[in-house]
Design a protein around this ligand. Structure first.
Ligand code: PLP
Length: 308
């Protein structure tokens, strides 16, 4: 993401709009290139940035916005792209949690000027170690990215270093693993969708609200995120029954110590969601009966927490 921002010429004096509801790396990249993050709130149903929340956060110094397809759910990229055109800013995609997701027929990462992927082992497409990729349809940007990731080497010119670069190459061993696993990605994603549909059928929305998906999209459910009241108590009951859950993420980025100085306004939707979100067990090798057990135990836990 730092390379993606750099290749678009974003640096000191520039601002980049970013949802506060994301993994810290999205914001970190902005600060690492010397720009300032402008935190946007999110939609209450999807917990993703919208064109309206992006526009509310933008200022005349804003040069770009990074949309994050968090949890494997697609943000409304049509509206965001229109908003970005109005603001005359570049739209980048953080698709680290959305490998293979679609907005209409287009895949995550192919809709902005640049799309960024993480292949951290826990991702839908994970390497055997750390890895990542940047994609773009702009061949000039692609060439500059190839140079930046390899110590600023000019194309075809060994030891000709024309710009300040870095080592951000993908190592071959990881590339081999990813190439083999890529063939299975769509199948694994389809399995994740079936399991989440099963959760949806089994969970009473009065008690547990699964984060919404946009009808124009085909999500890939990197995470199955639900909202529940008395979340911490519910989590404790679940853990005592042998069901582990996570919180993605317990502190929104604008409230994390390195980034509070960039936080100017309250972000009510993000802040209230952070108190209620709960990531349920989900991976493509789970069985339907696992989903059934989690759903039944979760429902009982929510009722128990309410009555205590
Ligand atoms: C939304 C999001 N953005 C960025 C990243 C950063 O990925 P990496 O740790 O591979 O740089 C992650 C991964 O954890 C992520 O979930």
């Amino acid at each position: 993401m730092t390379l993606a921002l750099r290749v678009l010429g974003i640096g000191p004096g520039d601002e980049v709009v970013v949802p506060a509801n994301t993994f810290v790396a999205t914001v970190e990249a902005i600060v690492l290139v010397g720009a300032r993050p402008r935190f946007a709130d999110v939609d209450p149903d999807t917990l993703l940035m919208t064109a309206d929340t992006m526009k509310a956060a933008a200022t005349p110094a804003t040069r770009a916005a990074i949309v994050v397809h968090l949890y494997g759910q697609m943000a409304d990229v049509d509206d965001l792209a229109r908003g970005a055109t109005e603001l005359r800013i570049a739209l980048l995609e953080d698709a680290a949690q959305a490998h293979g997701a679609r907005w209409h027929s287009a895949r995550a990462g192919s809709l902005g000027r640049v799309g960024c992927f993480s292949f951290y082992p826990g991702k839908n497409l994970g390497a055997f170690g750390d890895a990542g990729a940047v994609v773009t349809s702009d061949s000039a940007l692609a060439e500059r990215l190839r140079s930046l990731r390899d110590h600023g080497t000019a194309s075809g010119g060994r030891y000709q270093h024309e710009v300040l670069g870095t080592n951000s190459r993908l190592d071959s061993l990881q590339a081999v693993v990813l190439t083999v696993k890529l063939r299975r990605l769509d199948g694994w994603n389809a399995r994740r969708r079936r399991l989440v549909d099963h959760y949806r059928r089994l969970l009473d929305p009065e008690l547990v609200q699964l984060v919404d998906q946009r009808p124009e999209s085909q999500p890939v459910h990197h995470l199955a995120v639900a909202r529940v009241r008395n979340r911490d108590q519910v989590r404790e009951i679940l853990v005592n029954k042998g069901i582990g859950t996570r919180i993605h993420y317990p502190t929104p980025c604008h409230q994390l110590p390195p980034y509070t100085r960039f936080s100017h306004v309250p972000l009510p939707v993000t802040e209230s969601a952070a108190r209620e979100i709960l990531s349920l067990p989900l991976h493509p090798h789970m069985a339907e009966r696992d989903v059934e057990r989690v759903s039944a135990t979760l429902t009982a836990a929510v009722l128990e927490a309410r009555s205590s």
